[in-house]
Ligand binder design. Structure first.
Ligand SMILES: NC(=O)c1ccc[n+]([C@@H]2O[C@H](COP(=O)([O-])OP(=O)(O)OC[C@H]3O[C@@H](n4cnc5c(N)ncnc54)[C@H](O)[C@@H]3O)[C@@H](O)[C@H]2O)c1
Length: 241
């Protein structure tokens, strides 16, 4: 581990959801560790660049729920050593509403379909280049049903936890290490105005995005060389399993 446990020097990292709270914190931290970062989001490249402090050329609009778009992007992106996938949605709605099934399909397409699209596109290339890392975002909601989120979100994150375990077993023999982080409530656009009560949590506050990004970035580096198939709970003692 001559380069240091946390160093991403010489590594090329793809971050999705990069215009969001945890995504942009991940981009900044990965850059600090020496990575060359490619940042994607539903947002336009200029907006991603402004939020992440990157050059616009390193940013691109990409809908991770669109399989063809993800495959096209990966085919043209060159070598990618690590992925941190933070793209997800958590709509506030009523599951009894007549049109709710559309919301269900969209949540599953983004929160479960997105990770599958990315993993399916990246795994063969990472295996061929001798290895790689994938970090996905689960959630405390995937373990205990959520604090404020709806059933589609909790279901999608529980599914994500199962998916990374399925994938980790198949990817590890190819040198590709797959893990997830499962945050508790984090101060980002996803939670803003949703009625969280930080004073009720053991630490008396919600997490900052950087406190989730740090584990994701660690999982890309030399120090995490034996982490595979793990879901790292970062919830300030809000929930144990
Ligand atoms: N904020 C929390 O409390 C919390 C808790 C647990 C887990 N998480 C997870 O952490 C991850 C990041 O969440 P955040 O809090 O930074 O949310 P955020 O809303 O700030 O950022 C999410 C980003 O994903 C992007 N995105 C949405 N759909 C997309 C798509 N189809 N393709 C590409 N990009 C898309 C959005 O444009 C946004 O920029 C998510 O997976 C979320 O489920 C968040």
């Amino acid at each position: 581990m001559a380069a240091g446990a946390f160093s991403l020097q010489g590594r090329r990292v793809l971050v999705t959801g990069a215009a969001g709270g945890i995504g942009r914190a991940t981009v900044r931290l990965a850059v600090e560790q020496g990575a060359q970062v490619i940042a994607v989001d539903l947002a336009a490249a200029g907006e991603i660049a402004a939020r992440c402090g990157l050059a616009e050329a390193d940013c691109q609009r990409l809908d991770t729920s669109d399989r063809a778009a993800v495959e096209g992007f990966v085919a043209g992106a060159g070598r990618i050593d690590g992925l941190v996938d933070t793209a997800a949605i958590c709509p506030a709605d009523d599951w009894m509403a007549p049109d709710w099934d559309e919301a269900l399909q969209r949540v599953l397409a983004v929160n479960v379909g997105g990770p599958i699209n990315l993993a399916r596109a990246l795994l063969p290339a990472m295996a061929a280049q001798g290895g790689g890392r994938m970090v996905f975002c689960g959630s405390i909601a995937g373990w205990m049903g959520g604090i404020v989120s709806g059933p589609h979100y909790a279901f999608s994150k529980g599914g994500l936890h199962a998916f990374i375990r399925w994938l980790a077993r198949r990817a590890a023999p190819q040198g590709v290490l797959v893990n997830a982080v499962a945050p508790g409530p984090v101060e980002t656009a996803m939670t803003e105005g949703r009625g969280y009560r930080p004073e009720n949590y053991p630490l008396g506050r919600m997490a900052q995005p950087e406190e989730i990004a740090a584990t994701a970035v660690f999982l890309l580096g030399p120090g995490a060389g034996y982490a595979a198939g793990a879901v790292f709970d970062i919830n300030g003692a809000t929930h144990f399993r």
